[in-house]
Design a protein. Structure first.
Length: 404
């Protein structure tokens, strides 16, 4: 807490990670509460590469309406039902502890000023909404000193964006669909911490940093309403895959993890194609990445890498650190060392790779140019931790937003 000339300014700041699902969430059984039709499972990605930084502050000095600034731009949160739902849930929890303990400052009555920065493109298929809503919920919960666990808070973050509930934890995280109509059992939980299988790496091939065509919220509703494959995936295919991939994670069985990941990405995109009108998130560059991954696995003679695609064309390729030269090395040789992103964190094992790990004559030659022309940058990353409380505030002691 810091004091200006008039009233105190209270602040709390957190980082939050992106997560990329290996069993995809696609479809809502309740649109208002954001309740999913199937469970999902993701890998939380390291914040050394991608992260949201959010400061939540409150003060009687602020104008009465809550505000949110994202990357320096004011956001219209009054018309964002999702953001309002998160904030009112968090306020109610603070109010309850204030009612129980009269010595606590009445923070729940003060306007909020929330300032956030994503260190990567927003709304470009890089899961900014997941990191963004997880950071918002965690920052306000810290500001209000709420006793709730990440699992409890996931119920709130879920209402901001479904996938955000999985970004409140590190490592390998499941979001259980739940059965109750009020959504109180639709929560995220850690399947294994990052330290259980720290060798997991992810190479993101950024195919397009443009805004995507069909937002995921809208796309999944079209699928629920029109795809005849959809119900089979949600009811029969995913439950079996959840059990199998959790086992693969417990056993650190990469080939099994990889096959389930690839198959589930394919099934999810099949339900998109089966929607009416059909939805295409993957493009020719995405399909070239699929071919490359299968070609690398075939050339090596074992499964060393797996692709997955969200609601956009970017490829995320999972592999284990020991196979970096084979996987990331081959991609680096194809795209060229001058492609942006090879120098970031996690570059140790590909820093000196100049030749492809896999002989390129074993890779379908038609895809090499498609990838070279279509991938604008890469992001090298790996499994990482959940939100971290930091002192690098984006609001000054006297309550002004700091915009970088
Ligand atoms: P993405 O593929 O990046 O997740 P979406 O279109 O699904 O794209 O979500 C983008 C939306 O998520 C933004 O318009 C904003 O409402 C929300 N969002 C993104 N980053 C943040 C943030 N740091 N804080 C709060 N909300 C955020
Ligand atoms: C393909 O979480 O963005 O990335 O709940 O409507 O905000 P809303 O959807 P969102 O959808 C994510 C879809 C996905 C799969 C996943 O992350 O599990």
């Amino acid at each position: 807490m810091a004091s200006s000339s008039s009233q105190p300014v209270y602040r709390a700041t957190t980082t939050a990670p992106v997560n990329i699902a290996v069993i995809k969430y696609w479809g809502k059984r309740d649109v208002t509460l954001n309740l999913p039709t199937n469970s999902s499972l993701s890998v939380t990605l390291s914040q050394r590469s991608l992260r949201t930084l959010t400061t939540a502050s409150c003060s009687a000095n602020y104008p009465t309406a809550d505000t949110l600034s994202l990357n320096g731009k004011p956001q219209d949160i009054q018309s964002s039902k999702r953001t309002l739902a998160c904030l009112s849930n968090l306020r109610a929890l603070r109010q309850a502890i204030e009612d129980a303990d009269s010595s606590l400052s009445k923070l729940s009555a003060l306007p909020l000023r929330i300032v956030s920065e994503n260190n990567f493109p927003t709304a470009a298929g890089l899961a900014s909404s997941a990191a963004g809503f997880a950071a918002l919920v965690r920052a306000v919960a810290n500001l209000y000193q709420l006793p709730q666990s990440p699992r409890d808070l996931s119920r709130i973050a879920r209402q901001g964006s479904g996938s955000a509930c999985r970004s409140l934890m590190g490592g390998y995280v499941a979001w259980r669909t739940g059965e109750l109509a009020d959504g109180s059992d639709s929560l995220a939980e850690e399947v294994a911490p990052a330290s259980h299988w720290p060798e997991m790496r992810a190479l993101v091939l950024v195919v397009s940093a443009e805004k995507k065509d069909v937002p995921s919220t809208e796309g999944m509703q079209t699928t629920v309403e029109t795809s005849s494959l959809f119900a089979t995936r949600a009811q029969a295919v995913v439950p079996e895959r959840m059990t199998a991939i959790e086992e693969a994670i417990q056993n650190r069985d990469f080939p099994r993890f990889a096959e389930i990941t690839m198959r589930d990405s394919n099934t999810f995109h099949a339900t998109c194609l089966d929607s009416w009108p059909p939805i295409f998130y993957m493009n020719d560059v995405s399909r070239a990445a699929v071919r490359l991954v299968h070609d690398i696995n075939r050339a090596v003679g074992r499964t060393v890498c797996a692709y997955t695609f969200d609601a956009g064309p970017n490829a995320v390729i999972y592999y284990e650190e020991k196979d970096s030269a084979l996987v990331a090395g081959t991609v680096k040789a194809i795209l060229g060392a001058d492609t942006e992103g090879w120098d970031g964190p996690f570059n140790e094992s590909v820093a000196n790779v100049t030749a492809p790990g896999v002989a390129l004559d074993q890779v379908d030659s038609r895809i090499l140019n498609v990838l070279k022309d279509g991938v604008s940058r890469v992001i090298l990353t790996g499994v990482g931790e959940g939100p971290i409380s930091v002192k690098e505030h984006l609001v000054t002691e006297t309550g002004e937003a700091i915009i970088h």
